[in-house]
Ligand binder design. Sequence first.
Ligand SMILES: [Zn+2]
Ligand SMILES: [Zn+2]
Length: 143
Amino acid sequence: MTEPVEREAACACGQLRIRTTGAPSIVSSCHCLECQRRTGSLFGASAFFPRTGIAATEGERSTYRRQADSGAWLAFHFCPKCGSTVFWENERLPDVVSIAVGAFADPHFPPPVRTVWTRTKHDWLGFPDIPHHPESPGTLVPR
Ligand SMILES: [Zn+2]
Ligand SMILES: [Zn+2]
């Protein structure tokens, strides 16, 4: 099976879109309480793409900024019409754009290779046998 080189992520109503080329640098999942509140679900799943892998963005967006535990800002771009967060940026990772895995609406999207903030993971939630980090490992190097 060949990996599709181009992908598109979109919000629920479809007007905010981001297109990527090439593979994500890392796919990760996060059980922090902020991701739980942002998604309304139990964890966030993020695909980190090199900025050079972003082909285009289109549509209106609003931005919510908050401080990460590291003190750096995070800027979450979401659709002002339907509210879905589609992608975000991290002050500490200027060459990287994170995209919500669910926004690709592709069950065959590459799976996460690690999961972080398991300190606040819901106990009943099972998770694949990938490296678990109680907090953020502070690096995008998979381990
Ligand atoms: Zn929308
Ligand atoms: Zn998180």
